[in-house]
Design a protein around this ligand. Structure first.
Ligand SMILES: [Fe+2]
Length: 442
């Protein structure tokens, strides 16, 4: 199998009209406000967990990021460090943000509207200058939209950690209970594939450039690891066998004394799991969620497998051997939010196989949506990486401290996920909507 030529697919976003941009901005804001609509000022200002910001901080940060990029920056480049102090993440670590003099929700709403009206005024006169990579194809607008989408997911992590009464999730979709998936793996025959993209319309700098790599043949799980399989791991003493755990994993186990995924509780002979205000018996047919990298790694070893590298993951999700090209989504190149469990509609994972078109060319199911999937890869820039438009998005985080996750979760908005999208986090983190699938050398 060879990559026929190193050409990127169609851009991720066709050049939008100003009208389309305005309605995307409105949609993004409506969603942010919907997510926080039932919350009191106390809920919004409280630090629900040291890992997370008070939710009102995320909202203010969304607004000021938008102001920075869609008003000030359109008139000449300025540094990300010019972001107003209170909402600059580098000046205020998450654990300290509750002590800031954060505005009330009604003050914040006025601020949001005031910034947004200047953004929309400016949009009327902006020229999408082909020679300016920030403006070409409205890149900077897609970047700001994705930023708001990504903070929506962060807010949902906080809401799942919420102190006091659980968050009342505005569920718009439920799934029937499914059947546990049969165990099966699919084969990737190996060869030269393309990784990443040259897209300049919406992709982040860390997804670029498009480049070729050679992959050895491998097997990869057809489905993400389900609760059913994870229950077997627990029942088999997975958390008690030190030889299944890496050194970092053993350290994490000793510190946390974890015996199950986060938000699982034992109830007699059963396990229950909680998502926001819904607690139920663990559903064997759904992908396991809220596990850290070390748990994924230990499970894989117990199962006689390993985690895929991010390149194996991407090839399994995207590589269309018949065309010698990568797809932007497992099902093809067109974004379609209806084809996967994304967009914060279900507030839950779906039984594997629920979305019948969410299948990659080699037959992997559910690679987009449901749960972010841990990979074995550290987060690095691709060969020829150039930070754009600010190094604080990706480059500051490159190195072996972080592991790459792929594929997005039920809490990811569709505009912020595609096969090449790279997320990263510390291997101990599991407040994120994270699961995994395993791989094996062929
Ligand atoms: Fe941010």
């Amino acid at each position: 199998m060879t990559a026929s030529r190193l050409t990127t697919n169609a851009p991720y976003s066709a050049p939008p009209t100003k009208q389309e941009i305005a309605s995307l901005l409105t949609d993004a804001r409506d969603r942010t406000l919907l997510l926080i609509s039932g919350l009191s000022d106390e809920d919004l200002h409280q630090q629900h967990d040291p890992l997370m910001s008070p939710i009102i901080w995320d909202v203010g940060h969304i607004a000021h990021f938008e102001e920075l990029w869609l008003t000030q920056n359109l008139d000449g480049p300025i540094e990300f460090s010019e972001m107003p102090g209170m909402y600059n993440p580098f000046e205020h670590p998450r654990a300290t943000r509750a002590s800031l003099a954060l505005p009330t929700l009604s003050q914040m709403k006025m601020r949001l509207e005031e910034i947004r009206s200047r953004v929309l005024d400016r949009l009327e006169t902006v020229e999408f200058d082909e020679s300016n990579p920030l403006l070409r194809d409205a890149y900077v607008y897609h970047m700001v939209l994705q930023h708001e989408y990504q903070h929506n997911e962060t807010i949902l992590q906080t809401l799942q950690l919420k102190k006091g009464e659980p968050y009342h999730a505005p569920r718009a979709r439920t799934f029937p209970t499914g059947q546990p998936a049969r165990k099966s793996m699919v084969e990737f025959p190996g060869g030269r594939v393309t990784i990443g993209t040259d897209d300049r319309s919406a992709a982040y700098d860390n997804e670029r450039p498009l480049h070729e790599i050679e992959l050895a043949p491998f097997l990869i799980d057809r489905d993400p690891v389900t609760d059913s399989r994870y229950l077997e791991f627990i029942a088999d003493g997975g958390y008690q066998h030190p030889d299944l755990w890496s050194e970092g994993g053993r350290r994490w186990l000793a510190e946390t004394k974890a015996i199950a995924p986060k938000y699982w509780n034992r109830d007699g002979d059963h396990w229950t799991s909680r998502t926001m205000d819904l607690t139920r018996h663990v559903d064997p047919a759904r992908p396991v969620c809220h596990v850290c990298y070390y748990e994924a790694e230990a499970f894989a070893k117990w199962d006689g497998k390993r985690l895929p590298s991010e390149f194996e993951w991407e090839a399994a999700a995207s590589w269309d051997a018949a065309r010698g090209q990568a797809r932007a989504f497992p099902w093809g190149n067109a974004a379609d939010a209806k084809l996967a469990n994304v967009d914060q509609l279900s507030f839950d994972t779906a039984p594997v196989g629920t979305f019948e078109h969410n299948v990659s060319p080699i037959g992997c199911r559910g690679m987009i949506g449901d749960v972010w999937e841990w990979t074995s890869s550290d987060f690095h820039g691709y060969p020829g990486f150039h930070s754009f438009p600010y190094k604080e998005y990706s480059e500051e985080f490159f190195g072996s401290d972080y592991k790459v996750l792929r594929g997005g979760s039920w809490a990811t908005r569709p505009g912020a996920i595609r096969n090449t999208f790279r997320n990263w986090d510390y291997p101990i983190r599991r407040q994120i909507f994270s699961g995994f699938r395993c791989a094996q050398d062929a």
